[in-house]
Design a protein. Structure first.
Length: 68
């Protein structure tokens, strides 16, 4: 059984810092969108809520894989 290939990309410290900041900003924005959904008087859209959760999860996972 072979190991999956992983691609390594050489990024500068500035690029890594910028990518981390962008991911953190996106996570914050997505969390606010979810909070607004809960605060709204309309019915909750469960599929949209799940989509936001998955988007937040994937960005956090990527953030955890990026070197500090």
């Amino acid at each position: 059984m072979s190991q999956p290939a992983t691609a390594h990309v050489n990024l500068s410290d500035g690029d890594i810092r910028q990518l981390r900041q962008q991911l953190q900003a996106e996570i914050t924005w997505l969390q606010r969108q979810m909070e607004e959904m809960f605060d709204a008087d309309s019915e909750l859209d469960l599929s949209l809520q799940q989509t936001y959760k998955e988007m937040i999860f994937s960005r956090r996972a990527l953030l955890g894989r990026i070197p500090r």
